[in-house]
Design a protein. Structure first.
Length: 620
């Protein structure tokens, strides 16, 4: 069990500040203190709320330069405010009295103290939230309650005890997920009646460990293959055919027969232990399958995925095949292909098909010039090869259950590294496979770890087993309960186990930004934060904000001067890398971590000579 760390509280305070600090977001029903700056025509007033100025309609005569408690009645088309009391409320104690009188609240001294802290921080409140928050965390210290409830209110989380306790676990009692997994596996191994669900859970929990051995990877695949053959499922079979692990001419009937024949000839037993999932000596697996072959093939297939762009590729292939078959191209086809074959999508195609780059350029030029002989070009040797390559790339795309299977095996075969590509790949697998699915989106072959935990917990009444499972459950729930997806904004936090990345402590990451149509964070309007405990740099927080493709980076450290030369060494690499993808680097700042103060005074960054022999553990 890790001890509570002041850095966690500091990271929390930085996390709660929004990407656009100049913008105040209000919701209908919120209660906020507002200072009247001046009156405007049509019953409007310029007011200051939470340090930001807004123009809103008011329904009462007020005094300038006085602070009043107001409730947001409407936010569109204009902000409309209701004054809760004509009596000024400049101090938190005065605002509490207004709330108690207006809303008929009966508060204990402890409740009033909590409300005082929240109002001192100018946390937006509502009548509904005030009716729920006082019942949460009653046994905790005031500072703990106010910190946790502040995050819940600011992020509009459900005001329930489960959410409160999950956030409390993350903030004040962070645990090592790996230690909790070891405790749970110990409980499962001690169980005389080990179940299929327990074995699958142990297999899935390997995602949290450091590098898996070749045998661990092979045994995990063997277990998954046997389980799916028993159910008549083809998810892993089809995925591994795409990856080239299983010969392309092999039918599912042949595959199933091979697996069943192999299994009946073995004297083995699967067990709920990630370190040794399979107990016993095995004969060679069908098709000369090895852990090394699985790892290489899965990583190769993962690198060939286009993500959301696969739909664009499908459209392009369909149109090109139609042009080739019909011998003509329409104006609409020209418009669609021109819109698709450009920018990032075209760059990705060239990256995936390096031998076809010139042919792709010939095709795009021909279409842009609205040449009448595009069909003829597609019938040439070069055109045919290009279309075949695009079709093959399309066939390699994994979707649905196969996409989830690829996430699992990619995470299982990923090498331990702290470079950006590896971290993001592991984060993707980690986030997708740890949340509870619901309804039609529920996976039968690769259920989430939280779903598996719930299944396993329902099969035993052991108190020690339940306690071990709940530790993991609370840690994962704390992450996913912090996810926020408003209409045009998305935010989530992640805690990656240190064993996955070879760090001193778990890696904390926080993402927030504008939400795109496909539900992902907009890469031009976002904020990414990291909390790391590195072997040579100790505790460090990296805060990267992106606004309209302009990137500003702030690094927090206990002794900024000691890392200035190291940071400066990588500043030009960061600048060049961002400019290479058409982003503008606007600044790099070093700030001192303050454990006691909420203020984070800047330590002005100035270049200094690089000291020889120094290294860096994480490259941002």
């Amino acid at each position: 069990m890790m001890q509570p760390n002041p850095i966690n509280q500091l990271f929390q305070s930085i996390r709660l500040s929004r990407t656009d600090s100049s913008k105040l977001t209000v919701r209908t029903g919120q209660i906020l203190p507002a200072r009247v700056i001046k009156f405007l025509p049509e019953n409007r007033a310029l007011m200051q709320m939470s340090g930001k100025q807004i123009v809103g309609q008011i329904d009462t005569e007020l005094h300038v330069n006085q602070r009043y408690l107001m409730q947001v009645m409407e936010t569109s088309p204009a902000i409309k405010m209701k004054v809760l009391s004509q009596k000024p409320a400049n101090e938190p104690a005065e605002r509490i009295n207004v709330l108690m009188q207006t809303l008929g609240l009966k508060l204990t001294k402890a409740d009033q103290a909590l409300l005082h802290e929240l109002m001192k921080q100018q946390i937006p409140l509502s009548k509904e939230s005030l009716g729920q928050l006082f019942a949460l965390g009653k046994n905790d210290a005031l500072s703990t309650r106010s910190t946790i409830l502040s995050e819940m209110l600011l992020r509009n989380m459900p005001l329930t005890e489960q959410v409160y306790q999950s956030l409390s676990k993350r903030l004040n009692q962070p645990i090592s997920i790996n230690q909790a997994i070891q405790q749970l596996e110990s409980q499962m191994m001690a169980n005389k009646q080990q179940t299929l669900n327990q074995i699958q859970l142990a297999s899935s929990l390997q995602l949290f460990q450091s590098e898996r051995s070749s045998n661990q990877i092979l045994h995990t695949f063997m277990f998954q293959a046997l389980k799916e053959v028993g159910r008549g499922s083809q998810t892993t079979f089809q995925l591994f055919k795409k990856a080239g692990v299983i010969p392309s001419q092999t039918s599912y009937a042949e595959w199933s027969a091979h697996i069943r024949s192999w299994a009946t000839s073995q004297s083995i037993r699967f067990q709920p232990s990630g370190n040794q999932l399979l107990n016993g000596q095995t004969q060679p697996f069908p098709f000369s399958m090895t852990g090394e072959k699985i790892s290489a093939s899965i990583q190769q297939l993962a690198s060939q995925q286009l993500g959301n762009s696969s739909k664009s590729l499908q459209t392009v292939v369909d149109i090109l095949q139609s042009i080739r078959n019909n011998g003509a191209i329409t104006k609409e086809q020209v418009r669609v292909v021109n819109n698709l074959l450009q920018g990032t999508f075209l760059a990705n195609l060239k990256k995936q098909l390096p031998m076809q780059q010139n042919t792709l350029d010939q095709l795009t030029n021909s279409i842009q010039q609205q040449s009448t002989d595009v069909a003829g070009f597609l019938r040439t040797t070069n055109g045919t090869q290009l279309l075949n390559s695009l079709t093959h790339l399309l066939d390699l795309q994994a979707d649905g259950e196969q996409s989830r299977a690829l996430l699992f095996f990619r995470g299982m075969t990923q090498l331990s590294s702290v470079n950006a590509t590896t971290v993001m790949a592991k984060l993707s697998s980690f986030m997708e496979l740890t949340q509870v699915e619901s309804g039609k989106g529920k996976s039968s072959d690769f259920p989430s770890i939280l779903s598996q935990l719930q299944q396993v917990q329902s099969q035993t009444s052991s108190t020690s087993f339940q306690a071990a499972a709940q530790q993991i459950q609370q840690t994962l729930q704390a992450m996913h309960l912090s996810m926020e997806a408003n209409r045009d904004f998305i935010q989530f936090s992640a805690q990656l186990p240190k064993e996955m990345l070879g760090l001193n402590e778990d890696l904390w990451m926080d993402f927030e930004g504008k939400k795109q149509a496909d539900g992902t964070i907009h890469p031009e309007q976002c904020r990414i934060m990291f909390y790391l405990d590195l072997p040579h740099l100790s505790n460090i927080i990296i805060d990267m904000q992106v606004i309209n493709r302009m990137v500003d980076v702030t690094i927090y450290h206990q002794d900024p001067k000691s890392i200035r030369s190291i940071v400066h060494h990588y500043e030009q690499d960061l600048r060049n890398g961002l400019e290479g993808i058409d982003y503008q680097f606007t600044g790099l700042h070093l700030k001192k971590l303050q454990r006691k103060s909420k203020e984070l005074p800047a330590d002005v960054f100035s270049p200094s000579p690089l000291k020889q022999g120094e290294g860096i553990d994480f490259k941002a």
